[in-house]
Design a protein around this ligand. Structure first.
Ligand code: ADP
Ligand code: ASP
Ligand code: MG
Length: 421
């Protein structure tokens, strides 16, 4: 007998018909004799709708009240799934964030989980009851509802799996595993049997939204094996133990033949960054610090940075990217600091995308970056900025070329599925 945490995302929970299918999948798992806890997302589109309500109510809304509003989507689906399971004859009940409780830090709208008391949940599961938990939500020390940032139900699921010492955390979504790149964009993408925590962490952090980045970091720290698989299966499909999803595991647990596969594990894209260029910044010590200090004070994360070759008269241009959601704030902060920094013009550009190739094989092989630059150059795609880490190379390009770049790179690194046409 095993203890399994199952998580179902927004498309899996979108409407009563889908929820009925999820109930069947959960019951099938419980009927094998396993102890089961289920974490659910809100119905697809509902969280966006709730976020928009807050924005409409006031552009400067209180983050604590935003959490009260947006956490409600998951409350609805957790109750509905319990009802659907009960109607199949299973014993199920919902456990809201404050009932367990799931304690988080105070940071409303982007809270981090601090502790989960898994004892009541474990007891219920041992007693044969299926525990249904709304993802994305927790409770602060002040006793107020918090949410974990968009896509946060993945993190709820992994955190609960760690708290109840589950054998596995199964993440059910609308694709049947982690692919070499987004299969909705590149039809030749190939499903991966296994991915290391390290690779998945990097892939998620550069835009592969199939798992929230924080959930992967937590799984790595707590040693929770994750399996990604589809809830869009027919009635009578095999259970999770026999379904060919993707396992996210430690490098040491990887089979030898898997380790020796391609150098590149995957390619991801991110359209949620914007570029800012400051022209004619003084080319002298301290100038760059003057730019980034006020941004850091405003809690704006800067990602890619390039400082161009100095011009005559001791001046240079500085370009960097920030999350698009922070672009307006970054522009305001920099305009205010103009006198101190001493730039001439401030140029924002939202028409950019970041493309990243990731693979642990890079640690020991040269030439990965040059393959990328050549493949893009051959198709006339201009590179605006570059960053690298030990297992990743990222480039910034014009957004309109995103799909082309993904396809071209996928072929250049030999990742195309063998049966692709
Ligand atoms: P959920 O609502 O279940 O949490 P998400 O929309 O957050 O689902 O994540 C699933 C989506 O992630 C897929 O529909 C797919 O378009 C996208 N995706 C991006 N990169 C990848 C990848 N490398 N492998 C699989 N899916 C990916
Ligand atoms: N419903 C939340 C969101 O859309 C959390 C999640 O689905 O993971 O971001
Ligand atoms: Mg998701």
């Amino acid at each position: 007998m095993a203890r399994i945490v199952m998580k179902f995302g927004g498309t899996s929970m979108a409407g009563i018909e889908r929820i009925r299918r999820v109930a069947q999948i959960v019951k099938q798992q419980a009927d094998t004799g396993n102890e089961v806890a289920v974490v659910v997302s809100a119905m697809a589109g509902d969280t966006d709708r709730l976020v928009n309500f807050c924005r409409e109510a006031s552009s400067l809304y209180d983050a604590a009240e935003y959490d009260v509003v947006v956490a409600s989507g998951e409350q609805v689906t957790s109750g509905l799934l319990s009802i659907a399971l009960q109607s199949l004859g299973a014993r199920a009940r919902s456990w809201l964030g404050w009932q367990m409780p799931i304690r988080t830090v105070e940071a409303h709208s982007k809270a981090r989980i601090e502790t989960i008391d898994g004892s009541a949940l474990t007891k219920a599961m041992q007693g044969g009851e299926i525990a249904i938990i709304p993802g994305f939500q927790g409770i602060s020390e002040e006793g107020r509802i918090t949410t974990l940032g968009r896509g946060g139900s993945d993190t709820s699921a992994v955190a609960i799996a760690a708290a109840v010492k589950a054998d596995r955390c199964d993440i059910y979504t609308d694709v049947d595993g982690v692919y070499t790149t987004d299969p909705r964009i590149v039809t030749r993408a190939r499903k991966l049997k296994t991915v290391t925590f390290e690779e998945m962490l990097e892939l998620a952090s550069v835009g592969a939204k199939v798992l929230q980045t924080r959930s992967v970091g937590l799984a790595m720290k707590e040693g929770v094996p994750i399996q990604v698989l589809s809830s869009f299966t027919e009635d009578g499909a095999p259970s999770a133990d026999d379904l060919p999803g993707t396992m996210i595991i430690a490098e040491g647990d990887m089979e030898k033949e898997e380790m020796e596969r391609q150098l590149i594990t995957g390619i991801a894209h991110d359209k949620n960054e914007s570029k800012i260029t400051l022209t004619r910044v003084p080319d002298q010590p301290g100038a760059v610090a003057n730019i980034f200090e006020p941004l850091a004070e405003a809690a704006i994360n800067v990602d890619m940075i390039i400082q161009n070759v100095g011009r005559e008269k001791g001046e240079t241009d500085v370009t960097f990217t920030v999350p698009s959601a922070d672009l307006d704030l970054a522009m305001q902060v920099l305009e205010k600091a103009q006198a101190g920094i001493g730039f001439n013009r401030l140029i924002p550009d939202t028409n950019v995308a970041k493309i990243s190739v990731v693979g642990v094989g890079m640690k020991s092989h040269a030439g990965i970056a040059s393959t990328m630059f050549k493949a893009l150059a051959d198709r006339g795609v201009n590179i605006q900025a570059i960053t690298t880490s030990e297992i990743k190379v990222s480039v910034l390009i014009e957004e309109d070329y995103t799909e082309l770049a993904l396809r071209v790179l996928h072929t250049a690194y030999g990742l195309d599925a063998e049966d692709a046409v």
